[in-house]
Design a protein around this ligand. Structure first.
Ligand SMILES: Nc1ncnc2c1ncn2[C@@H]1O[C@H](COP(=O)(O)OP(=O)(O)O)[C@@H](O)[C@H]1O
Ligand SMILES: CC(C)(COP(=O)(O)O)[C@@H](O)C(=O)NCCC(=O)O
Ligand SMILES: [K+]
Length: 262
């Protein structure tokens, strides 16, 4: 098997691809600050069957070094850390400097284009919103090109920035409402409006771009569940019928594609 590693800024997601090309039944997520405790045990259980490891890292060089050190402890070779490329597996990356596209975003697009869950949507415009530490909203054209996408602070980062950057605002909790009448609700509703509003912007842009070709919306990431309610309200108000399809981990899907290429 080949280990698949998606090192995000909050959590490291782990899985594998077996010799038949199948993904693990369920990815494992480990918080960055508990990696040193949890990763060795996860690796030890699999190590005898592991033939290599493929990963993407959005969390900086120290995180990659920590993961490689854990692999070495388990007697395994270092991770092959993937970068975004201009072309791969039939997908074209039109970022101005293709290698500067986050490797996790690139892997997720590869997973979206080639993964089994999205195969019925080939030839359509596909919008992929990932609600992680950052929120990213990327679009694939019907002819398998990535032309660009949004980066904005994720839900927790937005909430934390208000608490840290002001004298009187708390780290807010709660659910979004239309007309918030207290501080926590005002903050949570504002943050969710920003998240869902960004998604609406890209969905509308994708619709204009596609000129009548149907579009499908995909969502993933640890914070999607927090945004869902606001998105549903906004989409209903805007007359958008599209039901987002939740992808468990398109980054690991993409890494499995890359592992299959050898
Ligand atoms: N158990 C959890 N641990 C950490 N973050 C969580 C958890 N459940 C939901 N979240 C939310 O998910 C976000 C992290 O999502 P994730 O997809 O792992 O991001 P990343 O790939 O950037 O590490 C957090 O910012 C938080 O909003
Ligand atoms: C945008 C990101 C921070 C997302 O990281 P994540 O939220 O998954 O931890 C990451 O994809 C990144 O560092 N990208 C490089 C810049 C770019 O994609 O343009
Ligand atoms: K990610």
């Amino acid at each position: 098997m080949t280990l698949l590693i998606d090192a995000g800024n909050t959590r490291v997601k782990l899985g594998w691809r077996d010799a038949q090309g199948r993904r693990e039944p369920r990815a494992t997520a480990i918080a960055r600050d508990t990696l040193g405790l949890a990763l060795p045990g996860w690796l030890a259980a699999l190590a005898p069957r592991v033939r290599g490891a493929l990963g993407v890292n959005a969390a900086g060089a120290a995180c990659a070094a920590q993961i490689d050190a854990c692999l070495a402890e388990a007697g395994l070779a270092p991770v092959r850390w993937e970068r975004a490329r201009a072309h791969c597996a039939g997908l074209a990356n039109q970022y101005r400097d293709p290698e500067r596209l986050g490797a996790d975003r690139w892997a997720a697009l590869l997973g979206l284009a080639a993964g089994a869950a999205s195969r019925p949507y080939r030839g359509m415009v596909r919008v992929l919103a990932t609600f992680g530490t950052a929120t990213t909203i990327d679009t694939l054209t019907p002819d398998e090109r990535f032309e660009g996408g949004l980066i904005l602070p994720g839900v927790d980062l937005m909430l934390q920035s208000l608490a840290k950057g002001t004298a009187d605002l708390p780290l807010a909790q709660g659910r979004p409402v239309a007309f918030p009448d207290h501080t926590d609700a005002a903050i949570v509703s504002g943050v969710m409006a920003a998240q869902a509003g960004a998604l609406l912007r890209q969905w509308l842009a994708a619709g204009r771009r596609s000129e009548g070709v149907p579009a499908q919306l995909f969502v993933s990431g640890g914070a999607w569940h927090a945004v869902r309610e606001e998105w549903q309200a906004l989409a209903a108000a805007a007359g958008i019928a599209a039901e987002p399809q939740v992808l468990d981990n398109p980054v690991l899907d993409g890494l499995a594609v890359l592992a299959g290429l050898g």
